[in-house]
Design a protein around this ligand. Structure first.
Ligand code: SF4
Length: 471
């Protein structure tokens, strides 16, 4: 079969990342990410003898849907598979609808967090999609191709949601998550325009490398467990090293973002990975995200020696009661200590904050603002709490009548707050986010550091200009 895999193009001038639990517009200093999931599906389809075209609309030069439709028309696929997300949903609809209108008869299939979390409800509201893949997409995708190739014999296979003759959704039988991740071939990075994905701080091309999936922590706001499950599954050390070597040797890639929920969830593995990179002469620079309570001086020192340049930390709040309400399972001291140790060991830190979690008031938000500014972070991101379906927060918000959204695309942790929890208004939540962004990124210390980096690396000028416009 001929399979086209699509990351839909920008909608109303906005480009979107749709990668696992990360769904956001590329509006801040966040870099454009390679669509790793689609590259992973591409290699699986190729392995089974299908012809594959991967179109990342984020990299197209011309605005609008015409380049996408032209490319799909020239390829003449048997099936079109589109990545979707919540914030990008209106653009995803538009792309799906345009393909259906232009090329009737080609099944249009959606995948990603949106269909996984909203199930039949979301599928009912998106008639542009003929089929949807539920959960982690690799198994459902392979099931889908085999089913389509058989002429749709029998019921839809596990992980594939379809419609009955009247267009009503038929719920999918869940597909078991992949147990042995090492069975996956390396993603088809050759199909990506690798030059388009560059790190914001030094302009170097980078690639995502999936190390593990799943998280057992009970954080009430997080969508990772609903997508990847609570059980940790990871690649072997040999696999990860072979993948890094492959990307380096074949494509000259030397910068990576380790893509997993919590780096050092398995400490022994994290140490072994670092040791292995050090023993190779630390050939790669890499970033990761983790929990503050997973790192200590010894581990961070090792990570730094192994090439870690940036560590993302889910800090969320500067108030212990709010952290406890969110079932974060960490203390303010854990958070302070982790950021301080990053600084001491020379790893840059990126703190992620959420305003508007249950119990938030103007006072607790003010504490978070002060806490964030006092930590000594190198970068930060702050979001509004989003009551995604399938999360404990989503259930709580539904029961308490907190949700103000009227469209799924408003479920955007980078967008305006859509929850009125009664103790702080959505407008106040947004105002706190803006204040924290401005206070942090327009502080003399941050601007002086940026100026020094611009002098060292003028390529960053375009990035910096875009960033200041965004602020
Ligand atoms: S630790 Fe991180 S990935 Fe795990 S549930 Fe909490 S926020 Fe999500």
């Amino acid at each position: 079969m001929r399979v086209v895999l699509i990351n839909p193009p920008p909608h109303e001038g906005k480009r979107f990342i749709r990668e696992g639990r990360c769904m956001q517009s590329v509006a801040s200093w966040a870099a454009l990410w390679p669509p790793l999931t689609l590259a992973q599906l591409a290699v699986l389809a190729r392995r089974d003898g299908h012809d594959v075209l991967l179109l990342d609309g984020n990299t197209q030069r011309q605005a609008g849907l015409k380049p996408l439709l032209d490319a799909v028309g020239a390829f003449r696929p048997d099936v079109a598979v589109l990545s979707t997300g919540f914030p990008s949903l209106e653009g995803d609809h538009a792309a799906a609808l345009a393909i259906r209108d232009a090329y009737p008869g080609i099944p249009v299939v959606g995948l990603g967090q949106f269909f996984t979390l909203t199930g039949t409800e979301g599928f009912r509201e998106t008639p542009e999609f003929d089929l949807a893949l539920m959960g982690e997409p690799e198994k459902p995708f392979m099931n889908l191709l085999a089913w389509l190739q058989s002429g749709r014999q029998g019921d839809p296979p596990p992980g594939v949601m379809c419609r009955d003759a009247d267009g009503h959704p038929r719920d999918a039988v869940p597909a078991e998550p992949l147990d042995r991740l090492d069975e996956l071939p390396f993603p088809a990075v050759d199909l990506l325009q690798r030059d388009a994905y560059r790190l914001p701080h030094n302009g170097q091309p980078f690639m995502l490398v999936n190390v593990a999936r799943g998280c057992s922590a009970p954080c009430i706001f997080c969508i990772a467990p609903a997508y990847h499950g609570r059980r940790l599954r990871r690649h072997s050390l040999e696999y990860v090293l072979a993948e890094l070597e492959h990307f380096d040797r074949e494509f000259g890639l030397k910068h990576f973002l380790f893509w997993e929920e919590v780096f050092a969830h398995d400490r022994t593995f994290a140490e072994a990975l670092c040791e292995a990179m050090i023993s190779r002469g630390t050939p790669w620079a890499w970033a990761a995200t983790t929990r503050a309570d997973r790192v200590d001086r010894a581990l961070l020192t090792l990570m730094k020696r192994a090439g870690c340049f940036l560590l993302g930390l889910g800090i969320e709040s500067g108030n212990q009661v709010i952290l406890d309400n969110a079932r974060k399972g960490e203390t303010l001291d854990d958070l302070r200590r982790a950021v301080a140790l990053c600084r001491e060991t020379g790893i840059r830190s990126m703190g992620h904050f959420i305003f508007g979690l249950p119990g938030e008031t103007r006072e607790t938000a003010e504490e978070t603002l002060r806490f964030a500014l006092s930590l000594g972070l190198d970068y930060l991101q702050c979001y509004a709490a989003v009551p995604y379906p399938g999360t404990p927060l989503g259930k709580m918000a539904q029961e308490k009548g907190w949700i103000r959204a009227t469209r799924w695309s408003q479920y955007d942790f980078g967008g305006p707050s859509i929850m009125d929890i009664g103790t702080i208004t959505p407008e106040e939540v947004d105002a706190f986010r803006r204040r924290l962004f401005r206070r942090f990124y327009l502080s003399p210390g941050f601007l002086a550091r940026q100026a020094r980096e611009l002098l060292a690396n003028p390529r960053q000028l375009i990035q910096a200009a875009g960033f200041l416009r965004w602020i």
